[in-house]
Design a protein around this ligand. Structure first.
Ligand code: EPZ
Length: 417
């Protein structure tokens, strides 16, 4: 089994560059199904999830090539509208091809995306919205099939500002006949990034980034060239690493507007953060102040940085409380942190963290992508050696993380054990 091994106690110092956003590039790739011709997506990180989405598109008949950080995708040759089960099961974001396939070909079939380590992750909001746009949906034997003659616009209200549902419905409505309004839409930067690419393809979308998105359907779309926004979650993860090791990092390729809640929370914890035009300068200190964190849909504190902050707060000088309001089971990293001497109690949506002086290296597991980042943070700050297993979770969302961290002083490598 491949493991990440970290010798803790090293202070991180230097400059680190953030890659393109995983949670933006995946919907952008799905959007290329809406048109023939060659689209080019730039600043694409080399990640396992990008590989899986490429495989999904190629299985449908697209040609998807990754060349020097850019994806060249041509969906002129779509031969089928059923995504392979193994890939959908492997990565939930594969479900984002449902909206585009329905809008362009009137049919889509795939296995129901499973839940994962952080929750059941149902798709009811996606389905209710697609039905509102005219799709007929049937679910049987673990498969979901949707058919429609021509999508028509409608008023949709999301019970929860679901990122994936907003993306799927925006893509479907882009080619629907007439007007669509998505109420209580997700406001994440990745929604704005997708809207920008769809508009570059000829879509008529207004309001992305607010909770009301208005879409005027068009007859067809054209290929486009688009640059992915920087990964705000990777940026936040590196900021926490600087804080946890009492180090000093210049983190470049960051849109600070996208991480205002994270910067505010780090400053509250006693971490020095200076914002530049293209990045942030983070200066950690050994005396972290305990803070309370409540995860919320954007622009609130991102659930994808909750695990990383929990790792940080295990070292604060007092008691912190984390409330996870977005997912129902996103505290599995607490058990792994406790193996490193952390003092954490979880109950339902809350975790109480009693800060301690030192974490101690141990053998731990990455239980999901962001929990894996949390284990790297804890191991960098801990005394002694830590071995992290199940690192395929980490490689889904962090490009060359060991290389990036070794370059700023971490003693970190991947071994085969
Ligand atoms: C996206 O997942 C991200 N993934 C997640 O990042 C992120 O945690 C999440 O948004 C929230 O910000 C990608 O963009 C690929 P949701 P998504 O639909 O779209 C419930 C990471 O680590 N819900 O906003 O699946 C759901 O159960 C990953 O990079 C329904 O009830 O998230 C959850 O409790 C993890 N019904 C909440 O909404 C639905 O139909 C938020 O889910 C859809 C969602």
């Amino acid at each position: 089994m491949r493991k990440i091994v970290v010798e803790g106690g090293k202070t991180l110092r230097g400059q680190i560059e953030v890659s393109g956003a995983k949670n933006s590039v995946l919907p952008l790739m799905a959007a290329t199904l809406l048109t023939d011709g060659l689209s080019v997506i730039e600043d694409v990180p080399w990640l396992a999830d990008v590989d899986v989405m490429s495989a999904v598109l190629n299985s449908l008949g697209s040609s998807c090539d990754y060349i020097c950080g850019c994806l060249h995708i041509n969906s002129s040759g779509i031969k089928k509208t059923e995504a392979p089960s193994a890939l959908v099961q492997k990565m939930r974001a594969s479900f984002l091809v449902m909206g585009p396939l329905l809008a362009r070909y009137g049919h889509a079939r795939m296995s129901l995306p499973g839940g994962c380590a952080i929750g059941a992750r149902p798709i009811d909001l996606h389905l209710k919205g697609l039905e509102a746009l005219g799709a007929e949906i049937s679910i049987a034997d673990g498969y979901i099939e949707a058919t429609v003659n021509r999508m028509h616009g409608n008023q949709i209200y999301l019970d929860f500002p679901s990122v994936g549902a907003t993306e799927n419905l925006m893509m479907a409505a882009a080619l629907a006949e007439g007007h669509t309004v998505i109420g209580n839409a997700a406001e994440e930067p990745e929604i704005v990034d997708l809207s920008n690419m769809l508009c570059a393809m000829g879509a008529n979308i207004k309001g992305a980034g607010t909770n009301i998105i208005r879409i005027e359907g068009v007859k067809n779309l054209n290929p486009a060239r688009h640059t992915v926004i920087p990964d705000r979650i990777e940026a936040g993860s590196f900021m926490v690493m600087a804080a946890a090791t009492g180090g000093e990092l210049i983190i470049t390729n960051v849109i600070t507007e996208h991480i205002k809640s994270v910067i505010a929370k780090l400053k509250e914890a006693g971490v020095k953060v200076e914002e530049g035009y293209d990045g942030v300068h983070v200066i950690g200190n050994k005396h972290l102040i305990p803070v309370d964190v409540k995860t919320l849909p954007y622009p609130g504190f991102p659930t994808d940085l909750q695990a990383q902050f929990m790792a940080l707060l295990t070292l604060a000088g007092g008691v912190s409380v984390i409330t996870e309001t977005v997912f129902e089971n996103r505290f599995r990293h607490a058990e792994e942190l406790k193996k490193m001497s952390a003092d954490i109690k979880t109950a339902g949506h809350s975790a109480v963290i009693n800060g301690i002086k030192r974490l101690h290296g141990a053998s731990v597991e990455a239980t999901d992508l962001r929990a894996g980042a949390a284990m790297i943070i804890a191991s960098l700050a801990a005394e002694g050696q830590t071995k992290i297993s199940h690192i395929h979770h980490i490689e889904r969302g962090y490009e060359n993380i060991c290389g990036k961290l070794a370059a700023v002083g971490a003693k970190i490598q991947i071994i085969e054990e």
